[in-house]
Design a protein around this ligand. Structure first.
Ligand SMILES: CC(C)(COP(=O)(O)OP(=O)(O)OC[C@H]1O[C@@H](n2cnc3c(N)ncnc32)[C@H](O)[C@@H]1OP(=O)(O)O)[C@@H](O)C(=O)NCCC(=O)NCCS
Length: 182
């Protein structure tokens, strides 16, 4: 899939910002993105400005995600085969606030419906409000997600590890899920 290097570039660039603070890891990007290239029913929605890739958003059936992402749903007794998972939305800053993020949700929900999934889900990193790298005036995306029909599910969490900007080693983060019934 020719766009995968561009998607990796976007992920590393956008997720370097708070709250992800991800110090890009090329080996991880290769492994992670391979899932989206190979999984049946996965989709990558791309925002193009001419030939420039300004943003992208990924999704796939939860049943094809890694075990740690499926785990909270299995433990809660939910039917994983009905759940469609949203990997990420990343958009370069100059392109924000023009409705592209809303379109990313609409396109991924259409993909979920087309493959007969009835629930959509994504997870977001939890960072303390007092985090030293939280920019002044930072507005969390929670209200944006609520307006898209998503509810925070504090009882559904998973762990992901990456190296934060400015840190020497990887650390584990708690990711909290948000879900919507289509
Ligand atoms: C998440 C992200 C992709 C959102 O993208 P965005 O394009 O700025 O979002 P939108 O412009 O679609 O929506 C923002 C607001 O502008 C509104 N908006 C502005 N112009 C609009 C238009 N022309 N059409 C529709 N909505 C518009 C939206 O309705 C929304 O407001 P609302 O929540 O009150 O409805 C972007 O902020 C981002 O890349 N953030 C960093 C990475 C990240 O944290 N990703 C999420 C976790 S993976």
């Amino acid at each position: 899939m020719p766009l995968l290097p561009e998607l990796a570039r976007l992920r590393v660039c956008v997720f370097r910002e708070f709250p992800y603070l991800y110090e890009g890891n090329p080996a991880y990007e290769q492994a992670y993105l391979r899932t989206y290239a190979e999984a049946s029913g996965a989709a990558v929605i791309v925002a193009l400005d001419g030939e420039h890739v300004a943003g992208a958003s990924t999704c796939l059936p939860l049943s094809l995600e890694t075990a740690n992402v499926q785990k909270p749903f299995l433990e809660a007794g939910e039917d994983v085969s009905k759940i469609f998972y949203f990997g990420e939305s990343v958009l370069e800053a100059p392109y924000r606030g023009q409705g592209i993020g809303v379109e990313f949700f609409a396109a991924r929900e259409a993909q979920a419906r087309a493959s007969l999934h009835t629930i959509t889900a994504f997870c977001a990193v939890q960072r303390p409000a007092t985090h030293k790298l939280r920019p002044a005036g930072y507005v969390p995306l929670d209200d944006f997600w609520r307006r898209r029909g998503y509810a925070k599910r504090p009882e559904l969490t998973c762990a992901m590890s990456w190296r934060d900007v400015g840190e020497a080693a990887e650390s584990e983060k708690t990711m909290t899920f948000w879900t919507r019934t289509l």
